[in-house]
Design a protein around this ligand. Structure first.
Ligand code: 13P
Length: 332
């Protein structure tokens, strides 16, 4: 583990006023996104869409790193240049999603466990050799009747910490992502309790595994009411409760925090982040974004798979990325 390298990469990822672009949808997930605009999920269209994203003018003003799916990491753009090389050439660090997805957790109906530890050391070695600078692993926690179980929380936070340790062995910065799903009718208080339990467990596991926190980035969900809750908490409450929870659970030496958007609307995702940063000027860590849908969704809707719409879609994407960037410094 090269600690200096980990610190340098993590600082670059967390540089102000930027965030991290998540564009690492697996092939089935990108298929759902393309399907929503009537576009076939084939390699040509996946390249076309992702090329639209990375060639968006001024993207590197707002984004320090981009998380790629394995296919994109090894893929060439229409110009013949590899996506990862193109990103490097415009000053955006290429990162890679390395988990193998959330699968059913044995004997725990409705709960998931993220797989992908087998063979991970060898895969990380290849990604590092080919120029990846950081990685992502996403765990999924569902709030519902009597869940999440201790088994689900412990299994996932343990896997996250083993993944993080392996990444650092290869001097790759791990993004650890314990996503508490927004689906459901739970209250913000219920989300707070679950988020606190999960984050406490995660940092306990990371500490047990001797994970180097100055070279680790946390990608949490915000503390928020479920989408089906009748009395959803307002922007100020979400921002305040989220920061309260982070302050209680996160060690000061952590390299930074980059939120997922998790199904929030574009406006919610930027307003929440903006208020957090506007109201808290002296947090121990930078608090920024690592959004997929809240950056991409409106651009996808403008594109509709048509070449004539590419420029318009890129303008929409740049606007979303700029708003996220401003929110990351509380200046929206
Ligand atoms: P969303 O911002 O769409 O939640 O995606 C972020 C992400 O990377 C999920 O793993």
């Amino acid at each position: 583990m090269d600690k200096e390298k980990l610190i340098t990469t993590a600082k670059t990822m967390m540089q102000s006023p930027k965030g991290i672009l998540a564009m690492d949808e697996s092939s089935p997930t990108i298929g759902k996104r393309l399907g929503s605009i009537g576009v076939d999920n084939n390699e040509t269209n996946r390249v076309k869409y992702r090329e639209l994203i990375v060639t968006t003018p001024k993207l590197s003003d707002y984004v320090s790193g981009a998380i790629l799916f394995d296919e994109t990491f090894h893929q060439k753009m229409s110009t013949g240049i590899l996506f990862r090389d193109y990103l490097n050439s415009i000053g955006i660090l290429p990162g890679i999603k390395v988990d193998k997805g959330a699968k059913d957790l044995s004997n725990h109906p409705s709960e998931k466990i993220t797989e992908g530890l087998d063979g991970l050391r060898e895969r990380l070695s290849e990604y590092a050799d080919k120029g990846a600078k950081f990685c992502k692993w996403r765990a999924v926690i569902t709030i519902g009747d009597s869940i999440p179980s201790t088994a689900c929380i412990f299994g996932n936070t343990h896997a996250l910490s083993r993944y993080a340790s392996l990444c650092q062995e290869h001097s790759l910065v791990p993004i650890v992502e314990p996503e508490i799903l927004i689906n459901g009718n739970h209250s913000i208080q219920a989300c707070y309790t679950v988020t606190k339990t999960v984050l406490d467990s995660l940092f306990e596991q990371l500490t047990i595994m001797d994970v180097f926190l100055e070279g680790t980035v946390l990608k949490p969900s915000m503390v928020i009411s479920g989408t089906e809750n009748k009395k959803r908490a307002n922007y100020d409450d979400v921002a305040k409760t989220t920061i309260e929870c982070l302050k209680l659970c996160l060690p000061n030496e952590l390299a930074g925090v980059a939120f997922l958007s998790g199904g929030q609307t574009d406006e919610e995702s930027t307003m929440h982040l903006n208020i957090m940063n506007k109201s808290n000027k002296s947090l121990p860590w930078r608090v920024t974004f690592s959004y997929a849908r809240a950056i991409q969704q409106s651009a996808l809707q403008s594109w509709l798979g048509k070449d004539d719409n590419i420029k318009k879609a890129q303008a929409v994407l740049a606007d979303r990325a700029e708003k996220c960037s401003l929110a990351s410094i509380g200046s929206l």
